[in-house]
Design a protein around this ligand. Sequence first.
Ligand code: HEC
Ligand code: HEC
Ligand code: HEC
Length: 287
Amino acid sequence: MTRTHRGALSRGWMWGLLLCGALGCSGTDEGGGGSDAGTDLGPDELPCDVKAVVAERCAYCHTTPLKGSAPMALLARSDFQRASSVNALQSVGQRSLERLGSAAAPMPPKSEPSLPDAQRAVLTAWLESGMPAGTCGSLPAGPAPTTCSSGSFWSEASGTGASMAPGHACRNCHLQQAPSMAYFFMGTVYPTLHEADGCDPRLASPSEVKVEILDSQGQTRLTLTPNSAGNFMSNSLQPSFPLPYRVRLVGADGRSREMSTLQTNGDCNTCHTEQGASNAPGRIALP
Ligand code: HEC
Ligand code: HEC
Ligand code: HEC
């Protein structure tokens, strides 16, 4: 790679940072929780099995700052004991039990992989027995720890190309530095939600993963496949159908995860950052 290219890239990283500052990429921070004034909530510890299920299935939205439009955090036993803001006569725990059993409006929402039976049984039993205190403490408030599952990072020394800069906002930079390759839909699929910028995704079977781009009517308009680096991109500079769009991410095992919010910006990684910006829960992560 030449000196000029390196210089150009570095300017790109700075440009990305500036853009983030201007658009406010730091996520939302509305307050969560209901009223519990005067109630003795008792020990805040969750049972270990309950904590593990909540961490994996609920807390990536119900966290602080809140993500994916979730209305309150679910990190501690007291979060479940509080009065619900939907129905003050019920606790958040009782509401959770109802939503776990709801076909029309389940939690986790329909956009997510459904709760496996064993995990459903753990949560249901705990909620039905009045949410007894456990010994495993509560989940940490955000921001979530950043990881790199593969342990491997892309470096500028490997040059520009389809494997470059995983996790970074591709199109933003291409519009500046490589406009003839500023494809409309570009992004990176990761194995988990909070992977560091530049971390190589190293997906197990990238060719079996599908990023389906749907139009506002729910019709699949484009199916993209991540390359061996986890990056995916469309081949046209403008979308081939009228925006806005939605996304369904289908994993190699056939499970899926959907973005139901309609979007008009195809540069996925601008919102799907390490911590998630503009209400996104984090990376585009396999279901
Ligand atoms: C993908 C993000 C996401 C995940 C994962 C998720 N939720 Fe939610 N949750 C939401 C959103 C958005 C709302 C508000 C809209 C609604 O009520 O459907 C909500 C609302 C709720 C409410 C309050 C609404 C009511 O009916 O009282 C409860 C309770 C709840 N979720 C429990 C859970 C539990 C328990 C889990 C895990 C088993 C979970 N959620 C997983 C996004 C999520
Ligand atoms: C900081 C700027 C920057 C970022 C971020 C960036 N690129 Fe690039 N990309 C470039 C430059 C510069 C080139 C080289 C253009 C040239 O060769 O003239 C390039 C070239 C490419 C090419 C063309 C390779 C070829 O020779 O045909 C692809 C494909 C590509 N990038 C994909 C991506 C993807 C996918 C992402 C996001 C995960 C990304 N890029 C992020 C700057 C960037
Ligand atoms: C302007 C910000 C923004 C852009 C750009 C964006 N997303 Fe999202 N994405 C979100 C938000 C907010 C959510 C959570 C709410 C929802 O699921 O609709 C989300 C959720 C998702 C989910 C579900 C994640 C989960 O854990 O529930 C997937 C998959 C996804 N997006 C894929 C994509 C892809 C692929 C692109 C690019 C083609 C993209 N997104 C572009 C904001 C964005």
